[in-house]
Design a protein around this ligand. Structure first.
Ligand code: ZN
Length: 190
């Protein structure tokens, strides 16, 4: 399994390199990487394992973050703004096929397993809604299937953050103090 020592950090060339498409059918080598990525995001959502392995919780991780510049990433989270709908996917060769004109941002700013410095309060613009197509790998059935869909709000933001990694883009290259669009949500006042 991947641990913090395996994760590439800001400044590493892997994080600035546009990634190559994954050759299909996927090789066992690439599949091992993808499995490791999925395990990381699943394990890091479990408090006991976070403590046991000293890993940082992450809702997404992309292959270049473990030093592999190929177009694949894994996500695992619940959409807390939408009935806690779960998104757990091992994604291969994604393409964002459409982006809404409407923009949004995470009000507290984004975070990244590859970024250790504090960036709180700096916000990153994202399209509010996107359509995508990709392949997803199902490790229970060992099948690779085409998938397409539309994401909006939090899932769209996570998908775009991971997708940017595949193009060699870190969120730290697009952080702002203010943006001329609505935040994804506002903090409730006590
Ligand atoms: Zn990241």
């Amino acid at each position: 399994m991947y641990l913090m020592k395996d994760i590439t950090r800001e400044g590493n060339p892997c994080l600035e390199t546009p990634c190559e498409p994954v050759k299909l059918p996927i090789s066992s080598e690439d599949l091992n990487v993808l499995k490791g990525l999925l395990e990381y995001v699943v394990d890091s959502s479990i408090d006991d394992l976070v403590k046991k392995y000293g890993i940082r919780p992450g809702v997404g991780i992309a292959a270049p973050q473990v030093g592999v510049t190929k177009r694949m990433f894994a996500i695992n989270f619940e959409d807390f703004l939408n009935n806690n709908k779960r998104y757990c996917m091992a994604v291969i060769n994604p393409v964002i096929t459409w982006r809404s004109k409407e923009m949004t941002y995470l009000p507290g700013g984004e975070g990244c397993l590859s970024v250790d410095r504090p960036t709180d309060g700096l916000i990153t613009p994202r399209n509010y809604k996107i359509s995508y197509k990709c392949y997803v790998y199902d490790f229970r059935t060992n099948t690779c299937k085409q998938k397409s869909g539309t994401l909006e709000g939090y899932p769209a933001i996570v998908f775009q953050h991971e997708y940017d990694h595949l193009d060699g883009i870190l969120f730290t290259s697009k952080m702002y103090k203010d943006l001329d669009c609505e935040p994804l949500y506002t903090f409730e006042e006590e």
